[in-house]
Write a protein that binds this ligand. Structure first.
Ligand code: GDD
Ligand code: MN
Length: 376
């Protein structure tokens, strides 16, 4: 019999749950238990995507996977991010339905069969677990977090073409072909994969929202930090202008603008109050701008690949060298333009500055923050 007649019908999973995990050791076994009870009778599989947890998360997954082939794992090293984790997990499966769920038991697994039923019946393209429809809720959230969430939800309206009460939800299920339609346009930044998917689709999807109560975390800690807000803004900006300019370049340019302002402030202070000569004040201002730009880029622009300890110092060194070359080229090229081609001073000035900005960005992302750039 030719091998082409071999079929996987009835063997493959119908539903793939992608569960990104980072230090969730204590939640793994109870979560798999809850899911298998909630999905009794369904051909499901779970793909955990672990970003190199430092606790026993992978061992806990391996312990279950040893006797349950429906449980698998992708182990990523040098990578971070809930969105990219979901994307990779989804691509690792052939199941016709894919769901995203947290690995900390905060999402109510009893909603999963309702999502699946809605998709099977073709009532929608995406079924979303919502905290903001009748019957849903956020549990024990403080006023700050609830306020931030509602602000972020309103901001999401800018890139969504359809009404979704909870576009921030990390709990949803969709048809594979819908995911595939968005796959090549995804920004894959930060936390908000649902928003990313909806905004990347060629047309607004049909959505059904199912209420659920966001549970309080029992084991482990939340990974939300200051970076989440930045990632969120980056995602929105990327969805708006990312097809024209990379958002990371916009951040880099913004930091550069802050650097110029800082430079002028230091220069003026040095001249006016410090009693420094122009050369001394200018040197000081340049040093402050370079160190300041490096630190800001390290914290914001390349946050996921932040350099620490001795790498921070080495990075400062390469960044200073790269910026010095950029400044040297800037001065020489703009002077050449003014001297040889009689370009107006402001045109030459701006061209020189833009050229050094592009140079600094391209070379520092390839050298100073290369470990980050290569991993993304
Ligand atoms: N692989 C991987 N990599 N997993 C991660 C990462 C990461 O960088 N960061 C977080 N996780 C995992 C956690 O281990 C957990 O399973 C899940 O992603 C959610 O992380 P939490 O830190 O518990 O997030 P949360 O409870 O604050 O946020 C939840 O609510 C948001 C709505 O406000 C999540 O459900 C979000 O998806 C949701 O948008
Ligand atoms: Mn959580």
């Amino acid at each position: 019999m030719p091998s082409s007649t071999v079929t996987r019908a009835g063997v493959g999973a119908e539903l793939c749950l992608v569960i990104p995990v980072l230090n969730e050791e204590g939640n793994i076994a109870p979560l798999i238990d809850c899911v298998s009870k909630a999905l009794a009778g369904v051909a499901w599989e779970i793909v955990f995507v672990d970003d190199d947890s430092g606790d026993g998360t992978r061992a806990a997954i391996a312990a279950v996977a040893a006797h349950d082939p429906r449980v698998r794992m992708i182990h990523r090293i040098g990578r971070r991010g809930l969105s990219s984790a979901f994307i990779e997990g989804a691509h690792s499966s052939f199941a016709p339905f894919v769901a995203a769920m947290d690995g900390d038991l905060q999402h109510d697994e009893t909603v999963l069969p309702k999502m699946l039923a809605a998709l099977r019946a073709d009532e929608c393209d995406i079924a979303i677990g919502s905290r903001y429809v009748e019957g849903g809720g956020v549990g024990e959230w403080d006023a700050t977090r609830a306020g931030m969430s509602s602000l972020a939800t309103r901001l999401a309206g800018i890139v969504l073409r359809t009404r979704v009460s909870d576009p921030m939800s990390g709990f949803f299920m969709l048809k594979r072909e819908v995911f595939d339609q968005a796959a090549r346009k995804l920004s894959a930044m930060g936390f908000k994969i649902l928003l990313d998917i909806i905004a990347s689709l060629p047309a607004a999807p049909r959505i059904k929202e199912l209420p659920y109560q966001f549970r309080t975390r029992v084991s482990g800690e939340s990974k939300l930090d200051a970076g989440v807000l930045r990632d969120y803004i980056l995602l929105i900006v990327d969805k708006l202008v990312g097809h024209i300019v990379p958002v990371r370049f916009i951040l880099f340019a913004g930091v550069g603008a802050i650097g110029i302002a800082a430079h002028l402030v230091v220069l003026r202070t040095g001249l006016r109050f410090g009693g420094l000569s122009f050369a001394a004040a200018q040197t000081l201002a340049t040093a402050v701008a370079i160190v300041g730009n490096f630190s800001l880029n390290n914290t914001f622009t390349f946050r996921e690949g932040r350099l620490k300890g001795s790498r921070f110092l080495l990075g400062l060194l390469t960044f200073s060298l790269i910026s010095s070359v950029g400044a040297y080229m800037n001065v020489n090229i703009s002077a050449l333009l003014v001297g040889e081609t009689h370009t107006a001073w402001y045109v030459a000035g701006v061209l020189g500055a833009v050229m050094s900005l592009v140079w600094n960005y391209a070379v520092s992302s390839a050298v100073t923050w290369r470990r980050y750039t290569h991993a993304h």
